[in-house]
Design a binder for this molecule. Structure first.
Ligand SMILES: Cc1cc2nc3c(=O)[nH]c(=O)nc-3n(C[C@@H](O)[C@@H](O)[C@H](O)COP(=O)(O)OP(=O)(O)OC[C@H]3O[C@@H](n4cnc5c(N)ncnc54)[C@H](O)[C@@H]3O)c2cc1C
Length: 288
């Protein structure tokens, strides 16, 4: 059967195409995921809309208390943005480690989140920053939802059929520091086997609580909880054995997230290296 694709030139044409397609609309961003599964492009009853010409979806700008990143922004643009490097360093670092130069030049953050891969590198930083996802619904309305509500399962997002991701809003905190690290099977062009993000959102000064999220351990990133009922980790002091304590919490989180999985023995040990790297960077002032 002949497949037709709408190529709106701007936001107005996009909204018109969405209104016409209703919940049968599906979106083509840059195709780095879609073209690996060409069968999807031949699905019956689906109306494809190519987002590549809609410049309004491609932006990084401050909006009130948030830094807004458009869904069609590429990982190259995110990695090199001074605003993201300042207010969302871990996201810039994750973007810099996605695939290869060629992939980063094309792959978009909207496609990465919509694809909902457990190994998606944008997800752990977005979870750690408490980002909000702004969408356009097939009926013409809009909604905002926390990133944590966007993942339904491995490779499955919680967006409605025909719902468009427009942008991500990251709360801006002037004194936030964060860092991202991942482990893959090789040094470059590697899908994450495990990733870790640390975020320090102190209201004042360098000392204060940190939150950690571990990625690639099940459908969505998981927050690492400190033992003993504390709500956040404190990297401010000189406590001996801090890295080992954090490692044990991460390891326990991984055991809870993927019990019985064949990758568990590797991941629960391998996280030690990520913890040591990120703690050293946060304490050494290398992380912004
Ligand atoms: C060789 C290679 C290496 C890679 N390495 C990494 C890596 O290291 N880390 C990593 O995280 N990923 C990696 N990826 C995957 C990464 O390229 C994709 O996840 C990419 O970010 C998806 O964006 P896209 O623009 O190509 O989306 P597309 O492929 O166009 O779309 C992906 C999915 O999202 C939907 N979609 C796209 N945009 C929207 C929108 N605005 N609203 C609603 N739905 C939308 C599409 O319908 C489709 O279902 C790699 C891919 C390849 C081929």
């Amino acid at each position: 059967m002949e497949q037709r694709i709408a190529i709106p030139a701007d936001q107005n044409e996009l909204l018109a195409a969405m209104a016409e397609a209703g919940d049968s609309a599906r979106f083509l961003a840059s195709g780095t995921d879609l073209f690996t599964n060409p069968g999807r492009l031949r699905e019956e009853g689906v109306r494809w809309i190519d987002l590549s010409q809609v410049e309004q979806l491609r932006r990084i700008e401050a909006e009130g208390e948030s830094l807004v990143v458009g869904a069609m922004t590429t990982f190259r643009e995110i990695a090199s943005s001074p605003e993201v490097r300042c207010f969302g360093t871990a996201l810039a670092e994750a973007a810099r480690q996605v695939g290869s130069v060629q992939i980063r030049n094309r792959a978009t953050i909207g496609g990465n989140v919509a694809n909902a891969s457990p190994a998606a590198d944008s997800l752990p930083p977005l979870f750690a920053f408490g980002a909000t996802v702004r969408t356009r619904t097939p009926g013409g309305g809009s909604r905002s939802l926390p990133i944590a509500e966007c993942i339904a399962g491995p490779g499955s997002s919680a967006f409605a059929p025909g719902e468009l991701i427009e942008s991500f809003a990251i709360p801006r905190r002037g004194n936030r520091r964060s860092a991202f690290a991942k482990l893959g099977s090789r040094r470059t062009v590697s899908i994450a086997r495990l990733s870790l993000v640390v975020v320090h959102d102190a209201e004042a000064g360098d000392a204060g609580p940190c939150r950690l999220f571990v990625g690639a351990v099940g459908s969505a990133p998981v927050e690492v909880r400190p033992v003993g009922g504390a709500t956040a980790f404190d990297l401010g002091g000189d406590e001996e054995g801090l890295e080992e304590q954090i490692f044990h919490c991460c390891s326990q989180t991984i055991c809870n997230a993927i019990p019985g999985r064949s990758s568990l023995p590797y991941k629960r040990e391998a996280v030690r290296g990520l913890v040591w790297e990120l703690v050293a960077r946060m304490k050494g002032g290398d992380a912004r």
